[in-house]
Design a protein around this ligand. Structure first.
Ligand SMILES: C[S@@+](CC[C@H](N)C(=O)[O-])C[C@H]1O[C@@H](n2cnc3c(N)ncnc32)[C@H](O)[C@@H]1O
Length: 216
């Protein structure tokens, strides 16, 4: 990607509907008290900033240095602590990024060549009992459904971003429940933006109370 892509994605992330749906997704997690959150494929950092505002200590990671520079530039204006961005690649054997209580990936899975491997790599970044949050367009995200959705809304600022999202989404890249099975995790789906977008939560099943570990 490039500086141009970073500017473009920053513009997309500034659209009020895009911010609201990511805010709703973050609110599916309990408010944090400084727990660690890793946001993979963070782009210009919207989801990372929202997670930080929700009480988490956040590291946003992106493979594209231009995205990371943009994310850093956008927070320099705010100057928060407990929020950092770094260059990194999902699946990279360099695990210096560590593990987290929450791992998120928005609009990343659809661009990964091997989704099952990507889910394994994402869950491997979780601490025991952690939660993976995935945000992806649903099967409903099409130009026709978006037209219907917008017709039922009061005037929506930056509606062009939603139209563009729908017209560029490739049906073959649809992320569905069958892509997201992970042993030891419970999967739930949450419909956002009138069902055009899905937030998926994979929560690790807590070890049974009374197990040897719990009894110590
Ligand atoms: C479609 S953008 C989504 C950006 C942001 N998460 C959002 O939802 O607005 C996908 C992002 O994932 C990054 N990316 C692609 N492959 C990656 C990988 N293997 N590891 C980390 N980031 C990756 C890209 O550089 C890009 O910033």
């Amino acid at each position: 990607m490039s500086c141009l892509s970073a500017h473009f994605f920053a513009r997309v992330q500034a659209a009020p509907f895009y911010q609201s749906l990511h805010e709703e997704a973050v609110a599916l997690l309990p408010a944090g008290q400084g727990q660690r959150w890793l946001d993979l494929g963070c782009g210009p950092g919207l989801l990372s900033r929202l997670a930080h505002r929700h009480g988490y200590c956040v590291t946003g990671v992106d493979a594209d240095p231009a995205m990371v520079r943009m994310a850093q530039r956008l927070v320099r204006r705010v100057g928060p602590t407990g929020l950092e961005f770094r260059v990194g690649r999902l699946g990279d054997p360099d695990r210096s990024v560590g593990r987290a209580d929450v791992v998120s990936a928005a609009s990343l899975l659809a661009v990964m060549p091997d989704r099952s491997q990507a889910v394994r790599d994402l869950t491997a970044l979780l601490r025991p009992g952690g939660t993976l949050l995935l945000i992806e367009p649903s099967a409903l995200m099409s130009p026709q459904s978006v037209r219907q959705y917008l017709a039922g809304q009061p005037r929506m600022p930056d509606a062009w971003v939603l139209r563009l999202w729908a017209s560029t989404r490739k049906p073959a890249r649809l992320v569905q429940a069958s892509d997201l099975s992970a042993p030891g995790f419970v999967l739930t789906r949450h419909a956002l933006l009138g069902g055009l977008v899905n937030a998926w939560l994979l929560r690790e099943i807590a070890p049974a109370s009374g197990s040897a570990e719990a009894a110590i």
